[in-house]
Design a protein around this ligand. Structure first.
Ligand code: SF4
Length: 383
């Protein structure tokens, strides 16, 4: 966005008194307020206004979907909603990140297990309330699922900068490559624990030959190591979109997305459809792969057509199976989840483990809310 484009978009904001955009943000960031500051040219204060509630403000500006603040924006009744996430990312880029505000220490120490967005949200909440935090991450860097977002959507240096701002102070100790399994001993060592392990199990279809497919997380964590000509991507959500566009950017000639439901049911934004079209990704809507057959270093697929039944569910249409040939790979991109039966008992958990977080902003909010509840529970009442 040029400065002129930014100013034009800021000026479209109506400054609505009821602030529906703020109410729609899982982190209660107020577009109404930060836009008012930016309109005056005070990008520094506007950036600080965003960052006081959101510990990963530019990251969220770059990757937030349009279903939160933007969807609540009243301006859409006149023409189109203000492009709030885009404004947020640009304002942070112009105004910079404010220094982290650390209040006086209360000599309490929390343990956060998992360094993804939810863990970082919990860390932020503890720090803002005077706690010190030890954060444990099983991978070799913090960021969790945000690290799987392709660089064309989220440049790693943006995420690195925002994470470094949170952890570069004497109150935080980071332990990388450290998988925690014994929570009981940690409970004795810390004043509080929050577990935020993310979605550890990928969704599968249980179809013949599925074990030959590639997990989207493996693909997205190192796409440059895979060179393909023709790929089938199973899924119609954001991770499937990221796989499809990344494959195209890596030079894959033919990319086909197999989507169980209708195209309009895909959980992606209008601009994502435009991007898929621009990259000539083929969307095979109402289609399910039912078998994957290896054939001379390639794969043949058996596919069946679906319809949406009266209950609104996708179901296979009998006798509509057909075969497709010559795929280098099938990427399974149906997302992941945390198994309910593995949830910890009596220890607070946050983020994807709750089953209620589909986005980075929701995961941060969940981490903050879990830490806040612990802090409230440990604060003596004054009566
Ligand atoms: S709802 Fe839209 S127009 Fe109204 S204050 Fe928020 S961003 Fe501005």
């Amino acid at each position: 966005m040029t400065l002129e484009e930014l100013q034009k978009e800021l000026n479209r904001c109506l400054g609505c008194k009821v602030k529906p955009c703020e109410k729609a943000c899982p982190l209660s960031v107020s577009p109404h307020d930060f836009i008012a500051l930016a309109k005056e040219g005070d990008f520094k204060s506007a950036a600080a206004n965003i960052a006081k509630n959101n510990p990963l403000p530019q990251t969220c500006g770059l990757v937030c979907p349009d279903r939160f603040c933007q969807s609540a924006c009243i301006r859409k009744k006149i023409d189109t909603a203000i492009e709030i996430p885009c404004l947020q990312a640009n304002i942070i880029s112009k105004g910079g990140l404010p220094e982290l505000d650390l209040p006086t220490s209360n000599n309490k120490r929390a343990c956060v297990i998992g360094g993804g967005p939810a863990g970082l949200g919990a860390l932020f909440e503890f720090l803002q309330n005077g706690w010190s935090v030890d954060i444990y991450e099983k991978e070799n860097q913090l960021g969790g699922a945000a690290r799987l977002i392709p660089p064309y959507r989220l440049p790693p240096k943006v995420l690195d900068r925002e994470i470094n701002r949170l952890i570069t102070n004497e109150r935080v100790t980071v332990y990388l490559n450290k998988e925690i399994t014994d929570y009981t001993s940690l409970q004795q060592k810390y004043d509080a624990i929050v577990i935020a392990l993310g979605e550890i199990k990928r969704r599968t279809l249980g179809i013949l030959g599925e074990e030959q497919s590639l997990d989207y997380r493996r693909y997205l964590s190192a796409p440059q190591t895979y060179q393909y000509q023709k790929v089938a991507v199973i899924g119609g959500g954001e991770v499937a979109l990221d796989c499809a566009i990344t494959l195209k950017k890596q030079g894959t000639e033919v990319v086909e997305m197999f989507v169980r439901r209708r195209q309009e049911d895909m959980r992606i934004m209008a601009k994502d459809f435009a991007e898929l079209a621009q990259h000539q990704v083929i969307i095979r809507a109402l289609s399910s792969i039912t078998e994957i057959h290896p054939n001379d270093n390639l794969y043949n697929l058996t596919v069946i057509n679906n319809r949406i039944n009266e209950q609104g569910k996708a179901e296979a249409i009998p006798n509509t199976s057909y075969n497709l040939t010559g795929y280098d790979k099938v990427i399974m991109a149906l997302g992941s989840y945390f198994p309910k039966e593995d949830l910890p008992q009596d220890i607070p958990y946050a983020g994807d483990m709750t089953g209620r977080c589909g986005t980075i902003v929701e995961a941060i909010a969940s981490g903050r809310a879990t830490a806040k509840q612990i802090i409230t529970d440990q604060t003596p009442s004054i009566d």
